[in-house]
Design a protein around this ligand. Structure first.
Ligand code: GLU
Length: 276
């Protein structure tokens, strides 16, 4: 809570803000911050079509559009949003520490994560797949990841856990901090394949047509949620409302088609929000 922060709003609003920000005990919620006109949202900075920080500092992609739409429904315009990088392994900590108000970052809803954070959504359903160099015909599906194959995924992701624990226990797994680092390792020949969600891989493949390709069937179901502070039912309810509105008013479909859609293999079926 920043009660001493200068308030740059009209008097009536300033009084309301001061009362809502300082008049109760406990830490502020995302909804409280939104009432002050500002939100800090955790996203990825390096996932083409989903969430990319451009050289001019602007952000583009489907997750960015979802984040902006939700913020708008909470009353915060684009200039009130601060985007903070939320690498896979740091998402729960960023939320728990209050460093971000919520996370929109290809973030799968899982029972383990739900012990630490809550999720609105899902707002998208992806599935885990493989990215290889097109010339590599030895890897065509998860079943071809034998002990001699070198795989890259990201620490703290469901993708790394899934291959380590279930789908490719034999393969040699390199865990890096981001998927763009894994794609560099693939290009350099340090690994034979990158594994994560099909939609993420499609974005990287789209930047390198003829060089990189997504192969095989998806072998998991990844329900993307918006992660937020555990126990904050008000924020979760409002974000769920926003996701439903985004789907109902056509913005969800438009955002998808204008970003990752043309590259995605996934069919365009909006998910049903789970208000647990
Ligand atoms: N959706 C998966 C996860 O939440 C993989 C993508 C990612 O790491 O962002 O772990």
């Amino acid at each position: 809570m920043r009660c001493s922060r200068p308030v740059r709003l009209g008097i009536g609003v300033a009084v309301a803000v001061a009362m809502s920000a300082c008049g109760h005990s406990g830490s502020d919620t995302a909804v409280d911050h939104a009432r002050e006109g500002r939100l800090t949202i955790g996203i990825k900075f390096d996932q083409p079509g989903l969430s990319m920080k451009d050289t001019d500092g602007t952000f583009r992609g489907f997750d960015v559009e979802v984040a902006k739409y939700v913020a708008g429904k909470l009353g915060v315009q684009a200039d009130g949003i601060t985007f903070k990088e939320a690498p896979s392994a740091r998402r729960e900590a960023l939320i728990a520490d209050g460093a971000v108000d919520f996370v929109v970052a290809t973030y799968s809803i899982t029972p383990d994560r739900k012990e630490k954070v809550d999720f609105a959504g899902p707002y998208f359903v992806a599935g885990q797949a493989l990215l290889v160099k097109t010339e590599n015909v030895a890897i065509s599906s998860i079943g071809t990841l034998t002990a001699d194959k070198r795989l890259c995924s990201v620490e703290g992701s469901t993708s790394a856990a899934n291959v380590k624990e279930v789908y490719a226990k034999e393969a040699q797994l390199l865990e890096l901090s981001t998927y763009s680092q894994c794609v560099e390792a693939l290009r350099a020949g340090t690994v034979d394949a990158v594994t994560t969600d099909d939609i993420i891989l499609a974005g990287f493949a789209g930047l390198a047509p003829g060089e990189l390709a997504v192969v095989g069937e998806t072998f998991t179901v990844e329900n993307y949620g918006i992660g937020l502070k555990k126990g904050d039912r008000e924020t979760r309810g409002k974000i769920n409302d926003a996701i439903e509105d985004m789907i109902a008013d056509g913005s969800w479909k438009r955002a998808f088609e204008e970003t990752i859609g043309p590259l995605a293999a996934s069919t365009l079926t909006p998910p049903v929000v789970d208000r647990y």
